[in-house]
Design a protein around this ligand. Structure first.
Ligand code: HEC
Ligand code: HEC
Ligand code: HEC
Ligand code: HEC
Ligand code: HEC
Length: 389
């Protein structure tokens, strides 16, 4: 049997040109399922033109008066024109007509992140300058650098086997795609002009392992092939599970236990994530407990989890704040015990719900977001039922 090996040369235009990125729509033909998920994700909608919460904060931000949309670094990193204007200290405001602004965090942007550089203010993503090459991860392939498109044909061309992509090369050798480090360029921490951390994931070393990290938890394997060219059965979910999008898919990383105590009972919440359960300062967590007894429902006072930032002991906007006034969020790997003074009886049914508000309802009004019910309603992360015996 004669084997003919054909290596197709890739068209020689760059995906990461100096001033523009290949639009995500280009990937749609061959990666339709991933494209659809990404389309409704927080990443695709991170611009002020799609995310009303981001817009509301931007409208109040002092950088707006100065006409410097500094948020672009993480929210619309594909808008290179705006980023260049910022670097040259020119007026840099997001333009609705800009295609790059609408692309926000695009497919090619993420798949081009070579490394993440640490800075106290906020980290920086280092992009590859390799031509049309996508970083990705695949078990057993870490030594494959530039996988090219090849067609192997056998039996005088009756059988063909294609590997690689006809559109781009694939680089499987970037370990940051295996351990989740590629997410930490934007997500790790952010300081304001008072050198105060508005948010900080406070990641401890070695807590992002190859077996469990940002990618395995937030991009779980779901049904459907990753490309039309193959029947891979599953792919990594590109809708990104989080506080806004499908939080229930993260429920398994939080455990809820209930034990009787001398003066009532204790609810124990174990956070198995390597970061504080909620990260953005606008979020507020809530634990709701109710008891069903003799056909009646007893609702116990709910418990809130929040991080309040401020100045001079008063809550303040992120750009004013210089200290943490209070932080009751459940920390990485913490076991939080919450005591209730209600004595339980046999056959009581106790329902424990852990959830959150995307925008703290008290702040929503100040931001003009009170009509966005999906942000100000209680969103469930996990619910557990206990029958008392
Ligand atoms: C260093 C990167 C970075 C910069 C710079 C940045 N952000 Fe963000 N922002 C993020 C990340 C990451 C998230 C998602 C955090 C989360 O959900 O916990 C986020 C989320 C948000 C949210 C919540 C969005 C939602 O839908 O709930 C708001 C509001 C926001 N950012 C406003 C801004 C504004 C305004 C600026 C510019 C003045 C800015 N950010 C600059 C990284 C950044
Ligand atoms: C003409 C079809 C085609 C287009 C267009 C295309 N791809 Fe691909 N891509 C493929 C094929 C086929 C594979 C699988 C190659 C293999 O497994 O040997 C692939 C694989 C990948 C992988 C690696 C998958 C893995 O196994 O980990 C990434 C990442 C990727 N593509 C991203 C993109 C992005 C981003 C775009 C848009 C800029 C894009 N692709 C456009 C056909 C395409
Ligand atoms: C063990 C699983 C696990 C790992 C590892 C993990 N997370 Fe999470 N993450 C969660 C859970 C659980 C939540 C809580 C969602 C909720 O409360 O609705 C969450 C929430 C989030 C949120 C939303 C927070 C908010 O306030 O909006 C972001 C953003 C996030 N994680 C990013 C990351 C990044 C980046 C990494 C890697 C550095 C990471 N996560 C690692 C499980 C994980
Ligand atoms: C926020 C960053 C980010 C964005 C945006 C993003 N990806 Fe990915 N993508 C990743 C990471 C991380 C992986 C996981 C690598 C691994 O562990 O398999 C991945 C995996 C993939 C894979 C192969 C693995 C699989 O089974 O799914 C393909 C194909 C892919 N992405 C294509 C795309 C396309 C097409 C888009 C846009 C529609 C896109 N990606 C947008 C980060 C991103
Ligand atoms: C270029 C910067 C950037 C990179 C890289 C990035 N993110 Fe994000 N991410 C953001 C921003 C900005 C938001 C908030 C967008 C908004 O809501 O306006 C966000 C939102 C999220 C959310 C919140 C979704 C929700 O429903 O609450 C999760 C989870 C998340 N990212 C996880 C990841 C993971 C995991 C990776 C790595 C594979 C990653 N991100 C890479 C900037 C980034």
């Amino acid at each position: 049997m004669k084997k003919v090996l054909l290596v197709l040369t890739l068209a020689c235009f760059s995906l990461v040109a100096l001033d523009s990125f290949e639009p995500s729509k280009t990937c749609k033909t061959c990666h339709p399922i991933i494209y659809k998920e990404h389309f409704s994700s927080a990443h695709k909608n991170a611009t002020i033109f799609k995310d009303p919460i981001h817009k509301a904060i931007w409208e109040k931000h002092p950088a707006k008066k100065k006409e410097k949309y500094k948020c672009a670094k993480c929210h619309t990193p594909t808008d290179t024109k705006l980023l260049n204007a910022l670097a040259n200290n020119e007026t840099a405001l997001p333009q609705k007509s800009s295609k790059a602004q609408q692309e926000a965090i695009s497919c090619v942007y993420c798949h081009s992140i070579k490394d993440v550089e640490y800075h106290a203010k906020a980290n920086t993503n280092i992009l590859t300058d390799a031509n049309k090459t996508m970083f990705s991860a695949r078990k057993g392939e870490i030594n494959t650098h530039d996988k090219e498109y090849t067609i192997e044909s056998s039996l005088f061309g009756l059988l063909t086997k294609k590997t690689g992509s006809p559109f781009h090369k694939i680089d499987f050798s970037n370990e940051n795609f295996y351990n989740g480090k590629i997410c930490t360029g934007c997500h790790s921490h952010k300081q304001n002009s008072h050198n105060f951390d508005i948010c900080n994931m406070d990641l401890k070393e070695n807590t992002n392992t190859e077996d469990e990290n940002c990618i395995t938890c937030h991009m779980p394997m779901v049904q459907g092939s990753f490309t039309t060219a193959k029947d891979s059965k599953t792919h990594r979910y590109h809708g990104f599970t989080g506080a806004m999008h499908k939080p229930q898919m993260l429920a398994k990383y939080v455990k809820i236990y209930l034990n009787k105590s001398d003066d009532g009972f204790v609810v124990r919440i174990k956070n198995t994530a390597n970061h504080q359960l909620l990260l953005h300062p606008l979020r507020i967590g809530e634990l709701r407990v109710r008891i069903q007894r003799d056909g009646k429902t007893i609702k116990l006072p709910s418990v809130k989890f929040m991080r309040i930032i401020g100045k001079d002991s008063k809550p303040a906007m992120p750009w004013v704040a210089d200290s943490v006034l209070k932080n009751t969020h459940i920390q990485a790997n913490e076991n939080r015990l919450i005591n209730f003074n209600e004595h339980l009886q046999d056959n009581d049914r106790v329902t424990v719900e852990l959830g959150h508000y995307v925008v703290n309802p008290k702040i929503a009004k100040k931001l003009g977001l009170e009509d966005y019910k999906e942000y100000t309603k209680f969103t469930l992360l996990k619910k557990s039922n206990f029958l008392i015996r």
